[in-house]
Design a protein around this ligand. Structure first.
Ligand code: B3K
Ligand code: ZN
Length: 883
């Protein structure tokens, strides 16, 4: 397999102006004809024209209407090369044959539940026809689709429908034209039996846009929330960024077989059904929130991704980091900003930090890849979004908006780089961004240490920072980063102290203008070691550091336990209030883990129990915030902080604390459950979902005790639930404890929902993630359950992905979990390399465990590496994991 490097980027020798495609969709094969207007980059210069192609059968190739002679081109399994095409504008016509029916990779053109659909990002278009399949080739497309009218009554592609009609032999056709230039990865086609929910949106300039969400007819009633989300997103982008939709039609299609969440094809977004279909009875609040966020995300790509796209795939975060940031902000504005920030930071810590500390660590803009699909990662997406957020933290809302405006003014219709985005932010604000660009090129999570001191004589308060970026593969030595640290200081009554002046390494900076008091200031930490001194501080303050999590770093401070309890009770920054509790919980858990390993009996600090009690009873707090604040850090997060990760110890400790809290706060939790029941019909709004979240968090605590009275309470909640959020939470609560009640209720749930594959997937996930002893056998047998199918990615993610997310069983000491995954990966790789590659990633951190586990995991990776016909996708992850 060949590695591709950013440093080798070259401009194309030929550009494509227009592309006219024709698809003759058939039952055994599909014929694809393309007619491309080509012009050389430098007029008069001819060089070989290399087109990408993957598993294509070439039927014919013509230049300016003449069939090419055999000696004028060369076809291999991955390319079609024209040795000396004309040196000025010419027409290229290519006909290929493809077989969507047998395409199980779900990349290119394939079939899902009888319907045709496409997925082209990153490099799937080359599975449809020979093309320069790279994002800096932007062309205007037309697409004519011909198919059997009764089997495929609906024919969709990008842009506007300009013609349709009947053909002989029961066929019909549709001709679509997209007026905007686009890269091939945004091409889409759908053909099948679908019905739509239709609506309209009137844009800020008064244009009416038709909105359609397509699904099989029986699912149309479940698209109301998706439509609501789309309209909310369209409005939000106009209000916050001044961005208006640019066509008169916007289509969304939901398909059950899809490798990832969704795809932002121009005006024809294709979605995994999981992220479109929802009803109160079948979808949880989490599903509703995910739909809102992803519908927003794909819609927002219309400007950040489609109108302005990436020059090459290394720049992926240019569109993904930015669009994740935009969808995070959208969800914040639609719900609770603090809770959204908490969830996003938890995700970063649980998934991105481990990636950044492992063999797959890569910068937000990677330097190389073998298979681009392996780089749609939490680093490119979530850390990339943090990088965008830092611009906003440094520039403020209006400065950030100026930067965005300039970015679109300069680059609309172009394929650009991360530097172009940086330059727009900088130039629009005349900003000094020091070495900020290092965030794109250096991998690894920076460690930031802070030492605090107060001097009563000079009434000054000092923060001394030191930073270090750990080595990562290929990057042994790092430069210090530019870390924006948002800071506030609390006085002894818990109030924010107005900040006046601060000295940075002796240089004066004034933070306060005369009129408005400033309570949070953003310190610019740029050196390996640096001191900031606040003046006019009357007493020793408690600092609130990295407010709102202003930079993606691991912060280490000398704050005492009592400082942290103080922040937990008083910080005006909601995120940091939660964070103080988490820092306490992490310390507590790590100490107990070490006790556990030394066989010291576990005992829970009563101060911690009191802290949780007071949050639980604080009626001034948002209920969703309370639910988050009483939830312990995840096992993965704790293991990530250990020298040698010990899944058994971490799991035992977390369960111990959970049960202790349940025991000691039993009455509080019971009243939380009873007081937060609701008899109102389900509505997805912040107040209602917050109430459900709090009630269900309390229920899971209570049921962990395996006390018949409390199990009955959970059963009562299960039986009286009127929506999936409450029903599934009760099921989860009960399923914590092995035994007859668990078995019966799991069977009952399946019986209720066997007709709905999205609900059945929840049932798979719940069992797969279970920590009950020896669960691998259960998961193994679920592989042959009639509802399971290895060809459907959602099912694989639910059952196999879910299992890998369970620390105790996946990391079982006897290696049974590893062996299970090893076998599944090899089987899966033959069907769908992208999905197999995601699954094999669960092995990548094998070196974090003890020697016994290391040997067992390594053996599985080696076994995978020696498999015949291994895909490039799996090869890249497995080989880098072993390196
Ligand atoms: N851009 C797509 C992801 C494509 C993944 C290709 N393997 C979805 C998104 O991020 O919006
Ligand atoms: Zn995206």
């Amino acid at each position: 397999p060949k590695e591709i490097f950013l440093k080798d980027y070259k401009m194309p020798d030929y550009y494509f102006e227009t592309v006219d495609l024709k698809f003759e969709l058939g039952e055994d094969k599909t014929i694809v004809s393309s007619k491309i207007a080509v012009h050389p980059r430098v007029e008069g210069v001819s060089s070989p024209l290399v087109l990408n192609g993957h598993d294509l059968k070439l039927v014919s190739v013509k230049v300016d209407g003449n069939e090419l002679k055999k000696e004028d081109y060369h076809v291999s399994s991955r390319h079609l090369t024209l040795s000396s095409p004309p040196s000025s504008t010419f027409t290229l016509e290519i006909v290929t044959e493809i077989y969507p029916q047998s395409n199980t990779s779900l990349e290119g053109l394939y079939k899902s539940s009888g319907n045709f659909c496409t997925q082209c990002e990153a490099e799937g278009f080359r599975k449809i026809t020979f093309y320069q399949d790279r994002p800096d080739i932007m062309a205007k497309y037309t697409c004519r689709i011909e198919a059997d009218k009764s089997l495929y009554p609906v024919l969709l592609s990008n842009g506007n429908l300009i013609e349709e009609g009947d053909l002989q032999g029961g066929k019909h056709y549709a001709l679509w034209e997209d007026p905007f230039k686009k890269p091939s990865y945004l091409f889409a086609l759908v053909a099948g039996q679908l019905e739509s929910r239709d609506d309209t949106f009137v844009t800020c300039s008064g244009r009416t846009v038709v909105l359609r969400i397509w699904t099989p007819s029986q699912d149309v009633p479940k698209t109301a929330h998706a439509m609501y989300s789309l309209k909310a997103a369209m409005k939000w982008d106009e209000e916050v960024f001044g961005l208006e939709y640019d066509l008169d039609l916007f289509n969304i299609v939901a398909v059950p077989d899809f490798n990832m969440g969704a795809m932002e094809n121009k005006s024809l977004n294709i979605f995994n059904s999981k992220l479109v279909l929802a009803s109160p009875e079948t979808a949880t609040d989490m599903d509703y929130a995910a739909i809102l966020g992803v519908i927003g995300h794909e819609y927002f790509h219309n400007w950040t991704g489609n109108r302005v796209t990436c020059r090459d795939w290394f720049q992926l975060s240019l569109k993904e980091g930015l669009t994740v940031f935009r969808d995070q902000e959208f969800s914040s504005d639609m719900g609770s900003r603090t809770v959204k920030r908490i969830s996003d930071v938890s995700k970063l810590r649980s998934y991105q930090f481990p990636q950044d500390a492992g063999p797959m660590a890569h910068p937000v803009r990677p330097h190389s890849y073998i298979k681009m699909d392996n780089f749609y990662t939490v680093t490119v997406y979530e850390k990339g979004a943090e990088v965008v957020r830092m611009y906003k933290t440094l520039l403020g809302s209006s400065g950030f908006r100026k930067g965005m405006d300039l970015y679109f003014k300069r680059h609309d219709g172009q394929a650009v780089t991360c530097e172009d985005f940086f330059a727009a932010m900088r130039d629009a604000n005349g900003a000094d961004f020091a070495n900020f660009l290092l965030w794109y090129s250096q991998a690894g999570t920076p460690r930031l240490k802070v030492t605090t001191s107060y001097n009563p004589e000079t009434r000054t308060y000092s923060l001394k920072f030191s930073q270090e970026v750990p080595p990562t593969p290929g990057q042994p030595v790092k430069e210090p980063m530019f870390i924006p640290v948002a800071v506030g200081l609390l006085d002894s009554s818990g109030k924010d102290i107005p900040l006046t002046t601060v000295y940075n390494d002796g240089r004066l900076q004034t933070v306060a203008s005369t009129d408005e008091p400033v309570f949070t200031t953003v310190l610019r930490v740029t050196k390996k070691e640096e001191e900031f001194v606040f003046s006019d501080i009357a007493e020793r303050p408690v600092p609130s550091l990295l407010r709102g999590y202003s930079a993606p770093v691991r912060l280490d401070s000398d704050l005492t336990e009592s400082d942290l309890f103080f922040l937990l009770a008083h910080d005006s920054d909601g995120f940091n209030r939660w964070e103080a509790g988490q820092v306490l919980a992490r310390k507590l858990m790590l100490n107990l883990v070490s006790d556990y390993q030394k066989n010291i009996p576990l005992a829970l600090n009563p101060m911690f129990v009191d802290g949780i009690r007071s949050i639980l009873k604080d009626t001034s707090l948002d209920k969703e915030f309370i639910a988050k604040a009483v939830t312990l850090p995840g096992e993965g997060e704790i293991m990530d902080m250990m020298e040698v990760a010990d899944p058994d110890a971490v799991h035992s400790v977390r369960s111990f604390i959970k049960k202790q809290l349940a025991l000691q706060l039993k009455n509080e939790f019971i009243s939380t459950v009873t007081e937060n029941r609701s008899s109102e019909p389900y509505v997805f709004n912040h107040q209602n979902l917050a109430q459900r979240a709090l009630k269900n968090t309390a229920l899971v605590y209570l049921a962990s005790l395996d006390d018949p009275e409390l199990t009955n309470l959970a059963l009562h909640e299960y039986n009286s639930a009127t929506n999936m959020t409450d029903q599934f939470s009760a099921l989860q609560a009960i399923a914590q404890n092995p035994g007859q009640v668990r078995d019966e209720i799991l069977a009952d749930f399946y019986k209720k929902w066997s007709h709905d594959f999205l609900v059945v997937n929840k049932w798979f996930t719940l069992q797969a993630m279970s920590d009950i002893p020896g669960n691998v056998a259960n998961v193994q047998s679920l592989l042959s359950h009639p509802a399971f199918d290895m060809r459907n990615p959602n099912k694989v993610y639910s059952l196999i992905g879910g299992f890998c997310g369970s620390p105790v069983n996946f990391h079982a000491k006897d290696g049974s979990g590893y062996k299970f995954l090893g076998e599944v990966v090899m089987q899966l790789d033959k069907i769908n390399p992208q999905v197999a590659s995601r699954m094999v990633s669960a092995f990548s951190r094998w070196r974090r465990y003890d020697e016994g586990r290391q040997a067992l995991a390594k053996a599985q990776l080696e076994r995978i590496m020696s498999a015949n016909g291994l895909s490039e996708n799996v090869y890249e992850i497995a080989s880098k994991s072993l390196a």
